[in-house]
Design a protein around this ligand. Structure first.
Ligand code: UD1
Ligand code: CA
Length: 468
């Protein structure tokens, strides 16, 4: 089988985005635009992917190294952005000699998938191999795209929107999708002939098409669905592409047995098990995994969250980098910050914030608490208004609460401190040293009742008012 290398063009600034961020780094469904093209090229079976970088290249290179480790994705630097043809030259110079054919594609078309690219590559494998094939789409509104100009049904050249010459060219609705496959030798030859004789004074990659035609090589077009090629050039198109991607993702999970309500947002990379319910306005991001039977109610925001089976996430809970055990109840309005680990059947209720805290099986913190850097034993009960005072202004310290312990409302636990198994902390106590197992800790000013004193007090206060 032929080895194929992909060249992904991603050096452009994306002027129309009006952004400090390189265009290809703008996120679509949580991942940079560029991620999708590179992944699609890998999915299509390309051995190696050369990404041509330029504008904001350090950021792009760092991202690619992180997202695609293992050496199959590398970069080539286009110092000056002299057009797609120049970028292709830069990319080709970085290709290993062994590659027999090249897949060339714009880096700003995130809806393209591996199968689409395979379709463009397929004609190259035919016995009477064409030397060049490229993807086309027929669209309602071809504004901004290069038009495929044919004569007697045969492709002759591609004309860029701003270079259109007459009404006949203007009326063409078959456009160039910016995805090409070619034999490496022909591509090398074709790229060498490019000249910047167009309105932008750039080297146009599209000019390889008339070159191949004039050289008598067979040129094939592969038609792709119109929604596949949508390129991102401005914020409006970014939004359209994001919406299309969301539609794709949501349809996929519905097919897998997940109830996804209108208006929920599920980003790329999230995993949902069957019988999960995602209500409207919920946002699921990153490496979030929601397991079988769990429900995520209105307005929850989950980022890198591992949600266990049959968990109930009540409205407006925010979970980041945390794990929730099976059948636990979270929220409404709970905030699980990174490294929280909620045990099976535990409860974390409204206005409870946890950070780097582990709750054992069945432990409960139902109302208004800050639980930072803690270890809470199974079955323990943490009352309303409890605060783990984990920070002394310099360092963070751990609060440990034993199994079955009871922490009365409005208690402060000044870390580092341990409350033993089965211990009882009376309401309003400030715990500053360890409480042994099964002990009662009580540390608050003793209450005093002065009989009949209230009317006297009121009279005194009223006299004070008259004097003024
Ligand atoms: C290009 C095609 C057009 C096609 C459209 C499909 C050309 C001349 N035109 O136009 O026929 O209909 O794509 O989406 O190729 N890039 C570089 N270096 C450069 C210039 C661009 O790496 O010097 C990269 C960009 O980052 C981008 C891609 O090439 O990812 C396409 O460039 P862009 O300027 O968006 O081309 P279009 O005008 O969309
Ligand atoms: Ca484009």
């Amino acid at each position: 089988m032929n080895t194929t290398t992909a060249i992904v063009l991603a050096a452009g600034q994306g002027t129309r985005m009006k952004s400090a961020l390189p265009k290809v780094m703008h996120p679509v469904s949580g991942l940079p635009i560029l991620h999708y093209g590179v992944q699609a090229a890998l999915d299509a079976g390309c051995e190696e992917v050369v990404v041509v970088v330029g504008h904001g290249r350090q950021m792009v290179e760092e991202y690619l190294a992180r997202a695609f480790p293992g050496g199959r994705v590398k970069t080539a630097i286009q110092e000056q952005q002299r057009g797609t043809g120049d970028a292709a030259r830069v990319g080709l110079a970085a290709v290993r000699k062994a590659a027999a054919s090249i897949l060339l594609m714009n880096g700003d078309v995130p809806l393209v998938r591996g199968d689409d690219l395979r379709a463009v590559l397929a004609p190259l494998d035919l016995e009477k191999a064409p030397a060049l094939s490229f993807a086309v789409c027929v669209v309602e509104d071809p504004t901004g795209y290069g038009r495929v100009v044919r004569k007697d049904g045969k492709v002759v050249f591609i004309r860029e929107h701003r270079d259109l010459r007459d009404v006949a060219e203007q009326s063409v609705r078959e456009i160039n999708a910016g995805i090409y496959a070619a034999n490496v030798a022909l591509l090398r030859e074709a790229l060498a002939t490019l000249v910047p004789n167009n309105s932008q004074g750039e080297l146009y990659l599209t000019d390889i098409v008339p070159f191949a035609c004039n050289a008598g090589e067979r040129v094939d077009t592969v038609e792709l669905a119109a929604d596949v090629l949508a390129g991102v050039n401005d914020r409006e198109q970014l939004e359209q592409v994001d919406r299309a991607m969301q539609g794709r993702i949501v349809r996929h999970w519905r097919k897998e047995g997940v109830t996804v309500r209108e208006g929920a947002r599920i980003e790329t990379g999230v995993v949902l098990d069957p019988d999960v319910t995602i209500e409207s306005g919920a946002v699921l991001r990153g490496r979030t995994h929601v397991r079988r039977g769990a429900s995520v109610d209105v307005g929850c925001v989950l980022t890198d969250a591992d949600v266990g089976e049959a968990v109930t996430l009540k409205p407006y809970s925010v979970v980041t980098g945390s794990r929730i055990g099976a059948r636990a109840h979270i929220g409404p309005f709970a905030h699980l910050r990174p490294d929280s680990d909620v045990g099976e059947e535990a409860h974390v209720g409204n206005f409870v914030e946890t950070k780097k805290t582990r709750l054992g099986k069945g432990a409960k913190a139902n109302h208004l608490a800050y639980l930072g850097d803690g270890v809470i034993g199974a079955g323990a009960n943490v009352g309303a208004g409890t605060i783990f005072c984990n920070y002394d202004g310099v360092r963070k310290h751990t609060t440990t609460i034993g199994e079955g312990a009871f922490i009365g409302s409005d208690s402060q636990l000044v870390a580092p401190v341990t409350v033993g198994d089965g211990a009882y902390v009376a309401t309003g106590t400030t715990v500053t040293y360890d409480v042994p197992a099964d002990a009662l800790a009580i540390g608050r000013a003793r209450q005093e009742n002065k009989e009949g004193y209230a009317p006297l007090l009121r009279a005194k206060l009223n006299r004070g008012l008259e004097k003024k």
